[in-house]
Design a protein around this ligand. Structure first.
Ligand SMILES: [Zn+2]
Length: 487
């Protein structure tokens, strides 16, 4: 067996920001290259540091991105001598492919900084989700994942990054060693864990056992049983709370039914397609018309064009929420620059009758509030409700993760302020995308590896404690960012 080196560059003592390098004689790979939101929030001050010309320099300086040679975009390194200087004495890593586990930004969101020589290995649906989310966000250089503007060429030229599209259960094309992706259950479809055969190493990505696709996680643990090394996520290693997805489904129906005579709104993650499908079904069952915000519709349109295997809801009788954005045309002039390309397309496809779903303006919802179940893609969408003016006591259900850090708490308190101003009746119902402690113990014992390396966790010592308690039997290695492990 050839010797491989495992170098966990980031995402060890934090939730997210996973960046794992695996290198050998013939080259290497990265497993994920995500944004470390924790570090980013610690260092980014307002917008000053965010100008494109300075971004990579500041990110490397504050180590929001790891200081490693051979990873970053040549155009950005070449035009900025400060960046080259920072990297002069950094170690070099030789990788050709970055394998992405799933389309959450904490796993792929820093890939826009990677050298365009490094191909991205993604599944077809994962790529579609990434592209739809990137096009409907306000990111600049960090959004340049598959297509980049050449900053060394007066910013005129463009270049594309190569994508190697993989299928479940078969090897990843062009990777220097045999890596097999297996789908797992998580809060976004097209999520994968991986088996690297040469190293007898498994990487779980993010996973759980209590979603609608729990059998995927079970099949995955069977396939990778008995590996030497298990790189496992430990987001919820300190919690034994397990709310299954079907319980969320039942509770949401109950909360919708209670407000049969009023408007009901649900805030959910735009990429949690299983949850969105269930919300559409719930609305139909309970006699309300589902109205979906355009960011989610755009993703569903792109997925249906991509011939995905993901079951997406039928949009035939669905309402597409028509945002009032222009100063002309009574607020709905689609020629206005306030409708960005993707948004305009979502609306024009309905105006032209090309796709299912009819446009619904806030005024129409306002007139017959009890008729609708409004599916919103984020807390900030609560602002749209100020246009609808829901009747006092209307319901808003939040079905996303609870705030994790200070910044999210500030966001949450602003959201709550709006909830109170609008006199809404707020409920929280959520099933986590991550396995709880008891599920993680089951997963580890089912796989039965020789050694585990906890990552994607703020509490790696809990794994050691569980070893002492005899709950898990394998050796626990706590990796460090500057200490590569020879496998
Ligand atoms: Zn995730």
């Amino acid at each position: 067996m050839p010797t491989l080196r495992l170098n966990i560059l980031d995402g060890i003592n934090s939730i997210g920001g996973s960046k794992i390098a695996l290198t050998g004689e013939g080259g290497g790979i990265l497993l994920d290259f995500g944004v470390n939101m924790k570090k980013k929030r610690e260092y980014i001050l307002g917008h000053r540091a965010l100008t494109i010309a300075n971004k990579l320099y500041y990110y490397l300086y504050s180590e929001i991105l790891p200081r490693v040679r051979g990873l970053y975009r040549e155009d950005l390194v070449e035009i900025d001598e400060r960046v080259s200087r920072l990297l002069t004495h950094a170690r070099e890593i030789d990788v050709q492919t970055c394998v992405i586990s799933h389309a959450h930004a904490d796993h792929y969101g820093a890939a826009g900084f990677l050298s365009n020589e490094i191909a991205l290995a993604v599944s077809n649906s994962m790529k579609t989700i990434m592209e739809a989310m990137l096009e409907s966000s306000s990111l600049d250089i960090e959004g340049e994942v598959f297509s980049m503007r050449d900053r060394g060429d007066k910013g005129i030229g463009r270049f594309d990054r190569r994508a190697c599209v993989f299928e479940e259960g078969t090897g990843i094309p062009e990777a220097p060693f045999k890596i097999t992706p297996y789908p797992v259950d998580h809060s976004i479809p097209a999520s994968f864990g991986f088996l690297v055969e040469e190293a007898s190493l498994t990487y779980t990505g993010d996973l759980r056992k209590h979603g609608l696709l729990s059998e995927l996680t079970e099949k995955f643990t069977e396939k990778v049983r008995g590996v030497n090394y298990l790189l496992i996520e430990g987001t919820r290693i300190d919690s034994s709370i397990r709310v299954p997805e079907h319980e969320v489904s039942r509770e949401i129906r109950h909360y919708v039914l209670e407000k049969a005579d009023k408007l009901v709104c649900v805030v959910t993650s735009p990429t949690d397609i299983d949850r969105i499908r269930d919300l559409v079904e719930a609305a139909r069952e309970l006699g309300k018309k589902p109205v979906i915000c355009p960011r989610i519709i755009n993703l569903l349109d792109r997925l249906s064009d991509s011939r995905t295997k993901i079951t997406i809801p039928n949009l035939g009788d669905v309402g597409v929420y028509f945002e009032r954005r222009s100063l002309t045309g009574d607020g709905y002039d689609l020629e206005s620059a306030n409708y960005r390309g993707w948004l305009k397309k979502v609306y024009l496809d309905r105006v032209d009758g090309k796709r299912g779903g009819e446009l619904v303006k806030p005024d129409e919802i306002a007139k017959q509030q009890e008729k609708y179940l409004f599916i919103m893609s984020g807390l900030d969408y609560v602002l749209e409700l100020a246009q609808i003016r829901p009747k006092p006591g209307s319901r808003i259900i939040v079905s996303t993760s609870e705030p994790h850090d200070e910044e999210q708490e500030i966001e949450w308190s602003k959201f709550e302020r709006w909830v109170h101003l609008l006199r809404l009746d707020l409920r929280n119902v959520h099933s986590s995308g991550h396995a709880d402690r008891e599920s993680l113990i089951e997963i580890i014992n089912e796989i039965n590896p020789r050694k585990i390396l906890p990552i994607h966790t703020e509490n790696p010592y809990e794994f050691q404690r569980l070893l002492k308690l005899g709950e898990i039997k394998c050796q626990v290695i706590l990796p460090k960012p500057d200490e590569p492990i020879t496998l």
